[in-house]
Design a binder for this molecule. Structure first.
Ligand code: FAD
Length: 324
């Protein structure tokens, strides 16, 4: 129920616009590395110092106007420039909808081409995050079109989708990030039970480790991580064929531990004013993340999950009324 609540809140455009005006709030500052390039570069340098590489996401959601998509493109081009100028170990993660996929396919393709082209000149990789099911096919299509000219692009396979096995085989020659999946999807398209998702997740990871180009195993789940550690050992998978990935601010000790054990490790570092939707999806994934909010809202005194959930729920209801 909490999951549905926060996924619903993540899609609330009124709250999303309001959040942009007020800067990082509600505990989001623990999981979002600032609102500008200087702040994110500082975080990346700190992580690089531990031998951790980064994938940088200049956050963006609900882009339905060409001006906004163009602004997002300019921002990402600036991030690429900053990665190059600061000589940090980092690449780009982006969402096709941020660059106009919901506006016009060719417009989005051209925006992405400009980004991938600039990144390619600096030897920087660009990963297309995968969003909900309606955006899968056009995102893969853009990837196909760009890969004719560029080899610095890759994407994500979401293990909750029934189609994931077919997609991973089709895109095995790309650098792929494999995740469980973060959006609410219907039962006819996606597994709903944790057990089925986890089983498919591990199956896809193992298949891609054996057959694919490069695998990013993106999870905070230590059960999965331990299985992968065992699998790569038994199957002699070389270190340069895979990495572990986690989100900025989550399981920091485990991130440092994996890097210190000699595994390639990459932290997904989100930043920017458009933090709201990203933050709500993190709350949907793991209600314990509400502690991040509770600590801020109740100043550690009345740190209660139910209180925050109720507050968020009422806020959502109130906003719905306002929009009617
Ligand atoms: C780097 C990265 C990139 C991603 N990109 C995408 C994308 O492009 N598209 C998309 O749909 N989704 C993406 N996701 C989100 C992903 O799909 C999952 O929703 C998200 O990672 C939660 O699943 P999980 O595998 O981390 O573990 P969960 O299934 O949430 O948790 C499993 C178990 O792991 C342990 N655990 C998890 N989190 C913690 C924690 N914070 N502290 C302690 N223990 C913990 C607990 O024991 C828990 O029961 C991405 C995730 C990461 C890490």
């Amino acid at each position: 129920m909490l999951k549905d609540l926060f996924i619903g809140l993540s899609q609330n455009q009124f709250l999303n616009s309001a959040a942009k005006k007020y800067g990082l709030k509600l505990g989001a500052q623990s999981v979002v590395a600032g609102t500008n390039i200087e702040e994110v570069m500082k975080s990346i340098k700190e992580l690089n110092a531990y031998g951790i590489s980064c994938t940088v996401d200049n956050l963006g959601e609900f882009v339905y106007k060409k001006e906004e998509a163009t602004e997002a493109k300019e921002n990402i081009l600036n991030v690429i420039e900053a990665i190059h100028n600061n000589q940090v170990d980092a690449h780009i993660s982006l969402k096709p909808t941020q660059l106009g996929l919901d506006i016009e396919y060719d417009f989005c393709l051209n925006n992405l081409k400009e980004i991938v082209d600039k990144a390619s000149r600096y030897g920087i990789f660009v990963n297309f995050d995968m969003e909900d099911h309606g955006h899968l096919d056009p995102s893969f299509k853009i990837l196909d079109e760009l890969s004719v000219e560029y080899d610095n692009v890759g994407t994500v396979i979401q293990a909750y989708f029934h189609r994931a096995e077919e997609d991973i085989q089709k895109y095995q020659n790309y650098r792929l990030r494999i995740v469980k999946g973060a959006y609410k999807e219907p039962a006819e398209l996606a597994y709903q039970e944790k057990k089925a998702i986890d089983e498919n997740f591990i199956r896809l990871i193992e298949w891609h480790l054996l057959n694919g180009k490069f695998t990013s195993i993106a999870t905070h789940d230590h059960h999965i991580i331990n299985k992968v550690k065992e699998f790569v050992k038994v199957n002699n998978i070389p270190n340069d064929k895979y990495e572990f990935q986690m989100l900025y601010g989550f399981r920091r000790e485990l991130q440092l531990q994996l890097a210190s054990e000699g595994y390639n490790f990459c932290t997904y570092v989100p930043f920017g004013k458009d933090w709201y939707g990203y933050f709500m999806r993190r709350l949907a994934e793991r209600p314990q993340n509400l502690n991040l909010v509770a600590k801020q809202v109740f100043n550690k005194k009345t740190n209660t999950v139910i209180g925050v959930a109720a507050g968020a729920f009422l806020l959502g209801r109130l906003t719905k009324k306002k929009r009617k």
